[in-house]
Design a protein around this ligand. Structure first.
Ligand SMILES: [Zn+2]
Length: 319
């Protein structure tokens, strides 16, 4: 007497059911056949989970890298949100490819390991939310350990009480503005370089100012003389266009989905706070204001309160 194999799940294979009918009339079929058919059905039939398609770009995720998540859900959705490294993501819909996408990042401090993207969707035809998770591996990238020794004015390393007060005021402005997250996307397509110039210092390098070690470089420096036009990397809204103690004249553009681009040490502003800008629009002229050893453009990319590698953002082909 052989035992009936376990019943298949609700997404049962039609082939399995038909053979089930047959079994009742031909009870002599060997049990091994049923077991084979059962596992065959499990292997080849799509489950509801398998119909989600999720891609990350770049395919190899490292600390400091921006990342584009692209999601094809199993059904038509009204909205899609997610959680990644404790940050909230709001996805945009691209009709032409029927894909939802969001720009996110992996912080500089993220240690190598496996991290889960949790998705929560509101289907168009149902009130019951859908959820799905997918795990991504994050590898470690060793940024250049070049020690850059720089000499700057004393007020930046040993400020007097009045200068300290000015630095504190700038710090408050940065805390207030630079951690803002606008969920709606304003960026459109790939991020462009703000200037056509050589790179003088990369993201992640170690820095020493007047003999004092500072944290790693949080942006990308372009070697440009004073007065060089600086262009917006993508469409967005000007969040800040004002003087800050260390950053000098700085422009910050909010591109939505929690992504900001920052342009430091400018000699002149060409936009004001609240302006809508397009990719390539001139936002200011380069200079050497703030804590700078000479004229250059410091470009930074900030995602939800953390600085990412601008060079990697420019390499990402975006929808
Ligand atoms: Zn810099």
């Amino acid at each position: 007497m052989w035992r009936r194999p376990p019943r298949p799940s609700r997404q049962s294979c039609p082939e399995r059911s038909r053979r089930g009918e047959a079994r009742r009339t031909r009870a002599s079929t060997p049990p091994a056949i049923w077991i084979f058919i059962y596992f065959f059905c499990l292997a080849v039939l799509p489950t509801s989970a398998a119909t989600w398609t999720i891609h990350a770009q770049p395919t190899r995720l490292v600390n400091g890298a921006p990342v584009l998540f692209q999601v094809k859900p199993p059904t038509k959705l009204e909205s899609l949100t997610g959680t990644w490294l404790t940050h909230q993501l709001t996805f945009s819909y691209d009709k032409s490819t029927k894909t939802w996408f969001a720009l996110a990042g992996v912080t500089f401090e993220t240690t190598p390991g496996k991290y889960t993207l949790e998705l929560s969707a509101q289907p168009a035809a149902s009130k019951t939310p859908l959820t799905f998770t997918r795990t991504f591996a994050v590898a470690h990238f060793q940024y250049p350990q070049i020690k850059v020794e720089l000499t700057v004015e004393k007020k930046f390393t040993e400020p007097n009480p009045e200068q300290l007060q000015q630095a504190e005021e700038s710090k408050k402005i940065k805390q207030d503005y630079l951690n803002r997250v606008t969920a709606d996307r304003e960026w459109d397509g790939t991020f462009a370089a703000p200037a056509d110039a050589a790179i003088s210092d990369v993201y992640g390098s170690q820095r020493i100012f007047n003999g004092k070690a500072q944290r790693e470089h949080q942006g990308l420096d372009f070697r440009v003389p004073t007065g060089t036009p600086v262009a917006a990397m993508n469409s967005g809204t000007v969040l800040l266009a004002r003087f800050l103690y260390f950053e000098g004249n700085c422009v910050v553009i909010d591109h939505g989905q929690g992504l900001l681009t920052l342009y430091f040490h400018l000699s002149e502003f060409k936009v004001k706070e609240g302006d809508q800008v397009k990719r390539g629009q001139i936002v200011g002229l380069s200079g050497g204001t703030g804590r700078a050893t000479g004229p250059h453009l410091h470009l930074a990319v900030r995602w939800q309160g953390t600085y990412l590698d601008p060079a990697r953002l420019m390499q990402l082909p975006l929808p």
